[in-house]
Design a protein around this ligand. Structure first.
Ligand code: CDP
Length: 789
């Protein structure tokens, strides 16, 4: 049930619930962050990559002689050279294989073909024009529908046993029960929609500095990595290097959003080059390289059907998806789930039956399928159900808010088992939606919508009441490439009462250095300013699967609370020794133990820490530290209700947001200001998806959207003003009741914007407009005119 959280610690201590300022921002706003491209090592060489100009073609020959003869060029690497070391192909995170440098064919525009290593980055890039590749061009497949047509050219002809362009097939839920539900329905509402290909587009592109020491064979790999430990293990497997000799260091990261989860060919080539040449090699992508070749997101063609009763109850859901995988199946997602966590598509609603089928197709586009600020395809799932629910309400003649309130899972039903097998931990959807309706004055807007507009503009009101699933694993169900989805925390309290917390996750700007220190402050009473948080160096942090899918707080945050509590138990024994009392007779208040009933007789955590190294009882091990590996019993299920009001100009199809409220519930908020920052960023990204952003290709497979003039990233100027609200429904299984929040708003908000536009146009016969809802699409839909996409 919804509660409020009152901080238990004073503000200066910075425990849970305090909006203390982010510790890391001092260096970020002074330009003193240390990013990958800031790294300079003695003798360092630079790499540039030659990429395929065409989407599909056989390589007939590669002539590198002119590039090799260029002043300053140290080496030119081709796929054939890598093949001699068994490195021409590498495994993907989804169990496929991907070319490191192409040897046989190129399969998408921008694919890596050769690399130049030179003494200067500009020399390396210029020398690319001295490499001549002869291609025999093949037909390009640019859509999954085309890929599955009989007789379509085979993209993955190198793959043994592959006779078509199908990357995977998968299903979830109960088909028979769903058929039964549909047989009983009074009404079936359907929706076909495409969640377009998008790109995480972090401001810092991907890169590596590979430093292999020829004398020791030790490799230090500086990497823009969201998952340094997993990357170290995968490097060991791909490159055949002994894992103890690999150290992955992930410095400050300028945004990741899922883009920095996969291993890219450039990382492998730079490491191989450093190994062969014996010098450090740096490679940093350009913006266009990032947009055309690294992990894209979404690209799901979705068909959904809702079975309904005439009085407005949902009975069942059918969903089928066709996903565009690009040339290699490289989704970063748990092994068991071929379409990620799409099967959470029953959303916030209580009904008995659902069945989901999914098929992925290879196309001549870049591989990816990364969870862009999303928990493994939950974004697509949330979009489909929230669009369907809205259309269902209109078909039934009901208000969409009323329809949702009627079908929501009720608070007393938690923990709730969904028809596709998820156990939702806690929720109170009715309260969140009612709060959002009140904040925006829903009834008032519905009235105003009916009034004639002086300029003929149309008003639309859109709702999205999403449920997310974040914090993978548990280890029984969730692994990536076989690595179980756990995470860890190591906490050391120094003699003077200061502390260092080492984590397996890796911040890309989310504020971990502050919030994780706040958890320690909450549990041990050590001021958050006294707790240094270290991440990103595999030699100096415990193992973990990394930061994506909003899993840091649910998993590493829980590990931090647990290890801090373990340390507090040892501190209690030390305090008892100092106070000459029994541990059971001690009471705890933030930062201090005291003897029950004698509040003046106490010791601070700092005094206890000193004693752990100077005055510990006989038989007790010295020191005050611990490590904990947390295997979550369940995921956490943050949720929220967003309401958007838009105004559409029917003359030209443009639309603008008049008001938007977002009520989020991520359980207990560690730092409310940071949470609001996460939500504001996510709402802005959701707005960009709905309004302006997509990666497209022409019929030859040329990527249109390879720069920030064509792929639009919203700034403060375009972004609407958001009003935020909250409810607090703690997670019952998380030690501090927190749920993840990093991606809630990216997941939940796109449907709210689109629903608002459709709300305005429903009475004109418009049932759907795919994202991005561009003005010409709106105009076309309003006027019944087919327009170019
Ligand atoms: O995994 P990632 O850090 O991207 O996502 P997250 O765990 O949802 O956390 C994003 C940021 O919000 C972190 O700094 C969290 O500690 C903070 N947060 C919070 O203060 N309270 C919550 N209930 C959830 C996250």
């Amino acid at each position: 049930m919804t509660t409020t959280h009152q901080p238990a610690t004073p503000f200066e201590m910075g425990g849970i619930g305090h909006s203390v300022r982010r510790k890391e921002d001092d260096r970020f706003i002074q330009g003193a962050g240390r990013y990958l491209d800031d790294i300079q090592l003695p003798g360092m060489l630079h790499m540039a990559i030659l990429r395929s100009p065409i989407a599909h073609g056989r390589i007939l020959s590669i002539d590198t002689s002119e590039a090799e003869a260029t002043d300053g060029v140290v080496a030119v690497v081709t796929g054939e050279m890598l093949a001699a070391h068994g490195l021409a192909w590498m495994p993907t995170l989804s169990g496929d294989t991907q070319a490191v440098l192409a040897t046989d064919k190129v399969r998408y525009q921008g694919q890596e073909v050769a690399a130049v290593i030179a003494t200067d980055p500009y020399v390396a890039r210029d020398a690319l024009s001295g490499i001549f590749v002869d291609y025999e061009e093949l037909p390009a497949i640019t859509s999954p529908q085309q890929a599955l047509e009989p007789g379509a050219v085979l993209i993955r002809d190198e793959k043994e046993g592959q006779t078509d362009n199908v990357a995977y097939t998968w299903e979830a839920g109960d088909k028979a029960a769903t058929d039964e539900a549909f047989a009983k329905a009074d009404l079936v509402v359907t929706l076909d929609t495409h969640y377009p290909r998008s790109h995480p587009a972090p401001l810092e592109t991907c890169g590596v500095v590979a430093d292999v020491n020829p004398a020791t064979g030790e490799a230090t790999i500086y990497l823009t990595s969201q998952a340094p430990h997993a990357h170290r293990t995968l490097f060991a497997i791909v490159a055949g290097l002994p894992e103890e000799k690999i150290r992955v260091v992930s410095p400050d990261i300028g945004g990741g959003f899922g883009n920095k989860v996969p291993i890219y060919p450039g990382y492998v080539v730079a490491t191989a080059a450093s190994l062969l040449i014996g010098k450090p090699v740096k490679w940093v992508e350009s913006r266009s390289e990032n947009l055309i070749s690294t992990g894209f997101a979404r690209d799901f063609h979705m068909h959904g059907e809702l079975a309904l009763t005439a009085d407005g109850r949902i009975l069942g859901l059918r969903a089928s998806i066709l996903s565009d995988q690009g040339a290699f199946y490289a989704d970063a997602q748990p092994t068991r789930f071929r379409a990620g966590l799409f099967h959470i598509c029953t959303g916030s609603y209580d009904f008995g039956a659902a069945h989901v089928t999914a098929k992925g197709a290879f196309t001549n586009k870049a591989p990816g399928g990364v969870a862009y600020r999303c928990s493994f395809r939950v974004t697509e799932a949330s979009y489909l159900i929230e669009r369907l629910v809205q259309n269902a309400a209109y078909e039934l003649g009901m208000d969409p808010a009323e329809f949702r309130l009627k079908n929501f899972i009720r608070p007393e039903q938690f923990p709730y088992l969904s028809p596709t097998g998820f156990v939702y931990d806690s929720g109170d959807y009715h309260t969140a939606l009612r709060k959002a309706m009140e904040m925006i004055d829903y009834e008032g807007w519905r009235r105003r919508q009916q009034e004639p507009h002086p300029e003929g503009k149309l008003i639309g009101i859109g709702i999205a009441s999403f449920t997310e699933v974040v914090g993978a694993g548990n280890s029984r169900t969730y692994d990536i490439a076989g690595l179980k989805m756990i995470d860890s925390a190591e906490l050391r309290i120094h003699p003077t009462g200061k502390a260092i917390l080492k984590l397996g996750v890796k911040s890309q700007g989310q504020g971990h250095e502050t919030t994780f220190a706040q958890i320690v402050a909450e549990e041990l009473g050590i001021p958050f300013e006294d707790v240094k948080v270290q991440e990103g160096d595999t030699d100096n942090t415990p193992y973990g699967l990394g930061t994506y899918a909003s899993r840091s707080t649910p998993v590493a945050g829980a590990a931090t609370a647990v290890v801090a509590r373990q340390i507090r138990e040892k501190a209690r024994k030390l305090a008892a020794h100092l106070l000459e009392a029994s541990p059971d007779d001690l009471e705890w208040e933030p930062g201090r133990f005291f003897v029950r009933g004698v509040p003046d007789k106490g010791v601070t955590i700092q005094e206890v820490a000193f004693a752990a190294y100077t005055n510990f009882p006989e038989g007790m091990e010295a020191g005050l530290e611990g490590v904990h590996y947390y295997d979550p019993p369940n995921m956490t299920y943050p949720f929220g209700s967003y309401i958007v009001v838009v105004e559409i100009d029917p003359e030209d199809g443009t639309w603008k947001v008049l008001d938007m409220v977002a009520v989020d519930d991520c359980g207990v908020r560690i730092n409310p200001m940071i949470v609001e920052g996460q939500i504001t960023g996510g709402l802005t990204e959701g707005f960009a998806k709905a309004n302006m952003q997509w990666i497209t290709f022409d019929e030859n497979g040329n990527c249109i959207g390879s720069n920030f003039l064509d792929y639009l990233v919203p700034t403060a100027w375009e972004a609407p003003r958001f009003r935020l609200g909250e409810t607090v429904t703690p997670s019952p299984h998380h030690p501090i009741g927190a749920k993840g929040v990093g991606e809630s708003a990216t997941v939940g908000s796109p449907a709210a914007y689109v629903n608002a536009v459709i709300d305005a146009l429903w009475s004109k016969g418009v049932r759907n407009i795919d994202m991005p809802v561009l003005p010409h699409r709106v105009w076309g839909a309003l006027n019944g005119v087919e327009v170019a996409p």
